[in-house]
Design a protein around this ligand. Structure first.
Ligand SMILES: *Cc1c(COP(=O)(O)O)cnc(C)c1O
Ligand SMILES: [Zn+2]
Length: 400
């Protein structure tokens, strides 16, 4: 059996996986890991979570660095599907991963690779969840983690996770795009520390298991909606879906809808303006900090995925993001962070424009747990009263 290898999907460059690489030396795009058709078709799935798909993951370790990631619930929508106007809506709750976001799927594979390479430390730039995840897996592997974050722009819960895990937290006076640029240059110059942003192809491999799980449980929906920031996850989702087709698990691929926040939507812009290249947003703004990214590293692969699937890029306002964050909780019981609600807000918009039809079966990915970033919800109107500590007062509240 031939082994998987690196491939640049932009220019076709190929290299053996023995090398430690992240980017194509010819064109600079992030590398992808590809398998021979027969390697996929011979795959056997066994067990639970991400490592159920061990046969189609590019690490050999018998002892992966794991916290039992993946295997997240695909909730059936009980209310929003009707309100939005689709036949079925399933909500894939990635906030129930070990550190509270889908990043764990990539980190279990990425940190396992780091250990295989003998790396003594790992590093990432992060809007928060990558830092929370990397620091936890590094702690488990017993290696040092460095997380480079934009100062003052990371949700409290995420920062707390990285602090607890013992990461060295480097706060940059600048936004995420600067932080990523800096760690990319560092990783290009030194072999000491291993880079674990989503430009790392091993992370994409772990994250593709999101698609495998949806297909195994639900088959192929008509549409999948997913929030887009640096665009690694939509890249991974599409890769996983196509592999499931090669394996013969599905005949028809779903359409993808990538959803960006209005103030950070360079891929959406290029999509609607039919441009070949994105124009980075210099000063991205959105309440959804996990997708507050102006220059997405994997934009080309995201654009390709959306177009190849016959899908769309969408953008949603912060107002709609907050509205659907609240609705996910109050109508479905699912508590997510703002970036996650972008997928549902995007679906509502697509349905109102008849992009998605009444007979469509839809899966929406919600990417991160609401406990990480509760700030915005403390500012909304909620049913709250303060009473004296006596039974009469309580009875009055209950009886109206
Ligand atoms: C990282 C993240 C995203 C964006 O994913 P990309 O791969 O950067 O597009 C969306 N939501 C949450 C909660 C995240 O942590
Ligand atoms: Zn290339």
């Amino acid at each position: 059996m031939r082994l998987p290898k690196y491939k640049c999907e932009n220019c076709g460059y190929e290299e053996s996986l023995d090398k430690n690489m992240y980017f194509c030396p010819k064109c600079g795009d992030p590398l992808t890991i590809v398998y021979e058709e027969n390697e996929l078709q011979e795959a056997v799935f066994k067990g639970k979570g991400v490592w159920r798909y061990k046969n189609v993951l590019p690490v050999n370790s018998e002892k992966p660095v794991t916290l039992n990631e993946g295997g997240t619930p695909l909730h059936e929508s009980v209310k929003l599907y009707e309100e939005i106007g689709v036949k079925e809506l399933r909500i894939k709750n990635e906030g129930l991963n070990p550190t509270g976001s889908f990043k764990d799927r990539g980190m279990t594979v990425g940190v396992t690779r780091a250990v295989e390479l003998g790396a003594r430390s790992v590093i990432c730039a992060s809007t928060g969840n990558t830092a929370a995840s990397l620091s936890a897996y590094a702690a488990r592997a017993g290696i040092k983690s460095y997380v480079v974050v934009p100062e003052g722009a990371v949700a409290l819960g995420k920062l707390a996770q990285a602090r607890a895990a013992g990461a060295k937290i480097v706060k940059v006076r600048g936004n995420f795009d600067y932080a990523l640029k800096m760690v990319r240059s560092l990783a290009a110059k030194t072999k000491e520390t291993y880079l674990l942003n989503s430009v790392n192809p091993f992370r994409i491999e772990g994250q593709k298991t999101l698609a495998y799980e949806i297909i195994e449980e639900y088959g192929s929906p008509d549409w999948i909606f997913i929030p887009v920031g640096n665009a690694g996850n939509i890249t991974a989702l599409w890769k996983g879906l196509k592999e499931m087709k090669s394996i013969g698990m599905i005949e028809r691929l779903p359409k993808l809808a990538g959803v960006q926040a209005e103030g950070a939507s360079p891929i959406y812009r290029a999509f609607v303006e039919k441009k070949e290249e994105i124009i980075p947003v210099q000063n991205p703004q959105t309440i959804a900090t996990a997708i507050k990214i102006g220059n997405p590293a994997s934009w080309r692969r995201a654009m390709h995925a959306v177009k190849e699937s016959g899908g769309v890029m969408l953008s949603v306002s912060d107002e709609k993001i907050l509205e659907y964050q609240k609705k996910l909780s109050s109508e479905e019981g699912i508590f997510v962070e703002p970036a996650s609600a972008a997928s549902i807000a995007g679906l509502a918009k697509a349905a109102s424009q008849n992009l998605v039809g009444k007979n469509d079966r839809v899966v929406a990915i919600v990417t991160g747990n609401g406990l990480k970033d509760p700030d915005s919800l403390m500012r909304i109107n909620a049913e709250e009263v303060v009473i004296d500590a006596d039974m009469e007062s309580l009875k009055q509240v209950i009886n109206g």
